[in-house]
Design a protein around this ligand. Structure first.
Ligand code: F6R
Length: 365
């Protein structure tokens, strides 16, 4: 039931504060990740993990890409991320003590399951699954499972599944990091940031009207570019995926630093450029990328921390977002991009919940 909402996708976007909270529940206290957050067997599995191999498809793959930044930064464990359809058909070298981590909303994605079955035969240390559907194949076949509490996701374009996957992945990262000597104060700092997420996501939802207004600029465009740096690069990828899936506008994402190495050639007044800029360490670099775009007549749409000092001017539209902890920023900054693509699709009159050619669960390869 869509209730008061025009589409399931919009309803699911608005459910995010609640389902992020539900995914935290029973796993964190006010200041720490609970010892049993991942179940009692987890403790052994997380000991001596030397490498994490993440496998997923589509939006779930983007969640894995964000997690790589977290796992390497907080747990100090090397992490590789690959789409299932590539991983399963190539010869891979298995490092010792690798934790194999599959991320799937449905738990039924054929390629992800095939990769998992292969990995089990090949002898990875353990298989961890992050999944939203109880009783799914992924849940049944993993050694350890972290359920996201997003509830049923009906819209084909994934929204709340993604932000709850990220929430679960961050809690997992902290549990792993504890085995690798993350200082208690750091853990507390991040757990407190996790607790602020539902409120921050609600603050972003309050910008819905402004984002709807912004979306008009995309209606008659055929191409768009999404830029982000660091853990915001996967957020840019996810924003571009959403726009192409439901509005059928060609959208490409690049790490902002790659602009000069090719995509800058595409930029003109017909190419809107969307940028997510929460990170104060990288924002100065990003600003010079923005100048490069503007100098070529490109129109910029920047979602920036209100303290980052990105000023609106001719050709630069700025949407100010709440100041957030850099670690949790990818979760918060995903939301305005979901709303942007939603509104563009509504303006274009596409079938938002059932985009052409796509299925909710890809059970064949
Ligand atoms: C994008 C989308 C797809 C899925 C992908 C993986 O909005 O929904 O890209 O993310 O098909 O599906 P799961 O997570 O069920 O394995």
């Amino acid at each position: 039931d869509k209730g008061e909402y025009r589409h399931f996708m919009l309803k699911e976007i608005y459910e995010q504060p609640r389902v992020i909270k539900a995914t935290m529940e029973g796993r964190v206290t006010k200041t720490r990740v609970l010892e049993q957050a991942l179940g009692t067997e987890a403790e052994n599995l997380l000991d001596n993990v030397r490498h994490v191999q993440i496998i997923a498809c589509g939006t779930s793959y983007h969640a894995g890409m964000v997690a790589r930044y977290w796992i390497e930064e907080l747990a100090g464990v090397p992490c590789s991320v690959e789409v299932a359809s590539e991983f399963r058909y190539r010869k891979h070298v298995i490092q010792q003590d690798t934790l194999f981590l599959c991320i799937s909303q449905s738990g039924e994605t054929a390629d992800t399951l095939a990769a998992l079955r292969q990995a089990k035969k090949a002898g990875f240390r353990a298989a961890l699954g992050i999944c939203n559907v109880p009783g799914s194949s992924l849940v049944r076949e993993s050694d350890l499972v972290i359920m996201t509490q997003a509830g049923p996701e009906i819209g084909v374009a994934s929204t709340k599944a993604f932000t709850t996957q990220l929430t679960a992945l961050l809690i997992f990262t902290l549990a792993l990091a504890r085995h690798n000597g993350l200082p208690e104060e750091k853990e507390t700092e991040i757990v407190e940031a996790i607790h602020r997420l539902p409120g921050q996501v609600s603050d972003v939802l309050a910008l819905d009207g402004e984002i709807a207004e912004m979306s008009k600029a995309f209606m008659d465009k055929n191409h768009s570019l999404f830029l982000g740096r660091g853990s915001q690069f996967p957020v840019a990828l996810e924003g571009a995926l959403k726009l192409k899936e439901i509005s059928y506008i060609h959208a490409e994402a690049y790490p902002a630093g790659e602009l000069k190495h090719g995509p800058l050639a595409l930029v003109d007044s017909e190419m809107p450029v969307v940028t997510v800029a929460p990170n104060n360490d990288l924002v100065e670099k990003l600003k010079s990328n923005l100048e490069e775009v503007r100098a070529r007549g490109g129109e910029l749409f920047v979602f920036a921390d209100k303290l980052a000092g990105v000023k609106p001017e001719e050709g630069i539209h700025v949407m100010q977002l709440p100041s957030v902890h850099p670690i949790t920023a990818p979760i918060v900054y995903t939301v305005p991009l979901q709303l942007l693509s939603y509104h563009v699709a509504v303006l274009k009159g596409t079938d938002v919940d059932q985009p052409r050619n796509l299925a909710k669960s890809v059970t064949v390869e």
